[in-house]
Design a protein around this ligand. Structure first.
Ligand SMILES: O=C(O)CCC(=O)C(=O)O
Ligand SMILES: [Fe+2]
Length: 404
């Protein structure tokens, strides 16, 4: 790991140096060209037009030449040519990719605390990649040769956590019926906090209040999500909703609405809804079409209206969870008051998230919540990052996680 950090630090130093040289060339170019242009004015006689024009052309050529020198260095290091230097270090260091204008250095990744049996292999493979290719290939093949946990089974690394948290029956139900309820997970105080933070129908709520991050990182939820959408899963979106009497019902649909059908045997997307008010038949609760997940396809236009569905019933403070392939919607609210819900979606690590946040927002969350938040933000894998396979630890982890 230290070796990785060292390489990362050197990349930053090189990036800063290239920027410094490019900017210096530019400044020298400007100073020289101004000097050359002002030379004709230094003689006693007023400069004529030809002398002045040739001084301006010469000055601009100096400026161009100096900029080309800096741009050439950039080309030599990064393979792209730009005449003018960028204003910030960010443009020279592809590890930092959001659009803020100040130089930015991402905090180091928190060490993994929940170690699994092949984590040692990942670390060793990462270390050996540059120094000992033969050993690396052997370790890599061991990772590659690992077979996937069959769909619906609990991975051996996860099994102790599932047992400890008493979630075995929920895992079975989620797999067989396409949904399950984790009963009464929230303490009364936590439930009140979630309710207070729920202001209306809103998307992108994760950074709005600490209670949302805590809800996403709940131990039971994280464990059953790993069962459903595999190790290294991501946070895809987080939203709040309020349903009142007379509000339209949500039609039957599958959440993984942009995945091709027939759906894959492994689930790709898990929705977890924290019920902030009781789910009853009259409350406008989520409705499920039993057995629909095993069809592994979308409902037809006709089936959307004709499929018999039943409400999920649970107390406020429980979490209703369903598989991305299950047909579901919500029913009419026929009583006064409101049904408040915090919706969280988790994805298998290779499925792109519905929402992302600026890098600095993610970093603040990771600093505050550590490893599990870094995982939800996809920091332990190599996918969709500027570094790509250069992050060989991330590459190795992606291979290992995809099989657990
Ligand atoms: O509001 C509901 O009960 C269901 C919402 C829904 O379909 C979802 O969050 O995926
Ligand atoms: Fe849905």
């Amino acid at each position: 790991m230290d070796f990785m950090k060292m390489i990362e630090e050197w990349r930053r130093i090189v990036a800063r140096s290239v920027l410094a040289v490019h900017v210096t060339c530019f400044v020298l170019g400007v100073v020289t060209s101004l000097g050359v242009i002002s030379l004709p004015y230094m003689s006693d006689t007023a400069p004529d037009g030809t002398v002045l024009a040739s001084a301006i052309v010469t000055g601009l050529l100096y400026l161009l030449g100096m900029c080309a020198l800096g741009g050439g260095l950039r080309y030599a290091v990064y393979g792209d040519f730009k005449l003018m230097p960028n204003r910030t270090f960010r443009a020279y260091f592809s590890g930092d990719d959001d659009s803020e204008s100040t130089a930015y250095v991402a905090p180091a990744l928190p060490e993994r605390t929940q170690r699994a049996s092949d984590d040692g292999l990942i670390d060793q493979a990462g270390e050996k990649l540059l120094t000992d290719p033969a050993t690396f290939m052997d370790l890599f093949d061991q990772l590659q040769g690992r077979q996937c946990t069959p769909a619906g089974e609990i991975a051996e690394e996860l099994a102790p956590r599932i047992r400890e948290l008493g979630l075995e029956a929920n895992c079975k139900e989620l797999w067989e019926e396409g949904y399950t309820v984790l009963e009464d997970v929230a303490s009364p105080e936590f439930l009140e906090e979630m309710r207070a933070a729920t202001k209306g129908n809103a998307l992108h709520v994760l950074p709005d209040h600490p209670v949302f991050a805590e809800a996403a990182l709940n131990d039971k939820l994280m464990a059953i999500a790993e069962f459903s959408v595999g190790a290294g899963f991501l946070l895809s979106n987080m939203a709040t909703s309020i349903k009142r009497k007379g509000d339209p019902d949500l039609g039957i649909h599958c959440d993984q609405a942009w995945m091709p059908a027939p759906f894959q045997e492994h689930n790709l997307m898990l929705t977890a809804c924290w019920a902030l008010d009781d789910y009853t038949a009259e409350s406008g609760a989520t409705t499920i079409v039993p057995g629909s997940a095993s069809l592994r396809r979308y409902p037809t236009h006709e089936e959307i209206t004709s499929s018999p569905s039943e409400p999920i019933l649970c107390n406020a403070g429980s979490i209703a969870l369903w598989d991305g392939r299950v047909w579901h919607g919500n029913g009419p609210r026929t009583i006064d008051g409101a049904r408040r819900v915090l919706h969280i979606t988790y994805n298998r690590l290779f499925i792109r998230q519905m929402e992302t946040y600026p890098r600095s927002v993610e970093d603040d969350l990771i600093e505050k919540y550590g490893e599990p938040m870094a995982q939800l933000m996809g920091r332990y894998d190599y996918l969709a990052k500027p570094a790509g396979k250069e992050d060989y630890y991330g590459f190795m982890r992606s291979i290992a996680y995809a099989r657990r």
